[in-house]
Design a protein around this ligand. Structure first.
Ligand code: ADP
Length: 223
């Protein structure tokens, strides 16, 4: 699905723009998996593409319900979530849709209190960006770790990086930094920070040593 530049209308209605951004993401998954389905070599590939399409359709349904009751970033109910297991599921889907190399390192298995669909949304946006802003041949490295009572989800790429002066600004709605030739709306990171903060956590970015960026979401570990 093509991304669209923000226009005056979406800036006037950021909630609707956020919904549009997330629905478009799910439609991209459906479109990618439909292509895979056409080329599926065996029954298990076919089944996994169909399952992925069904999950993306359910996601759109949830998105619309949550946008209507104002819980797009907080999610509608918090439960105990195994962060590494959730991350593994999102990565599996992103790998099959993008065909890209996404590495995953599980250094701890923290449990957090959260809305799984909102956490998946935040992580999905970080991985989407890491893929979008780096070369097709370059891997994206995801890890889950724990530091004391904080669970840390990190998504690292070897893209162009982000000027330090923009490190905080890019989390604001419609703010874009580098690579203006890459289509986008400046809303993905707004969702990431919104989800992190509504779960009592933080979202930030740092330069990656030797080039690229590392985005981190830190969440309190469940008591
Ligand atoms: P979008 O990607 O649609 O523009 P985001 O809110 O997801 O919106 O990102 C805001 C801006 O942050 C992007 O326009 C881009 O300039 C920068 N950015 C986000 N992720 C990355 C990344 N992994 N590498 C380089 N720049 C990034």
């Amino acid at each position: 699905m093509p991304d669209h530049e923000p226009d005056e209308r979406s800036e006037r209605n950021p909630e609707l723009a956020l919904l549009a951004h997330e629905v478009r993401g799910a439609l991209t998954v459906i479109s990618g998996l439909s292509e895979l389905l056409k080329r599926a070599l065996d029954e298990s590939e076919r089944e996994s593409a169909i399952d992925g399409i069904a999950r993306a359709v359910r996601r759109i349904d949830t998105l619309i319900a949550q946008a209507l009751d104002g819980t797009l970033t907080s999610g509608s109910g918090h439960e105990r979530v195994d962060l590494a297991a959730l991350t593994g599921r999102v990565i599996d889907e992103q790998r099959s849709v993008s065909g890209r190399d996404i590495t995953f390192e599980v250094r701890a298995q923290p449990v957090v209190l959260g809305a799984p669909e909102a956490l998946e949304r935040a992580l999905g946006n970080l991985i989407d960006n890491a893929l979008k802003y780096s070369l097709m041949t370059s891997p994206v490295d995801v890890s889950v770790t724990q530091d004391g009572d904080r669970a840390i989800l990190a998504v690292a790429d070897r893209g162009p990086g982000i000027p330090p002066s923009m490190h905080d600004l890019i989390f604001q709605p419609f703010e874009r930094a580098s690579a203006q030739d890459v289509p986008g709306t400046g809303l993905g990171l707004t969702v990431v920070r919104g989800v992190a903060e509504s779960h009592g956590g933080t979202a930030s970015v740092q330069d990656r040593p030797h080039g690229g960026s590392v985005f981190r979401v830190e969440l309190p570990v469940a008591p």
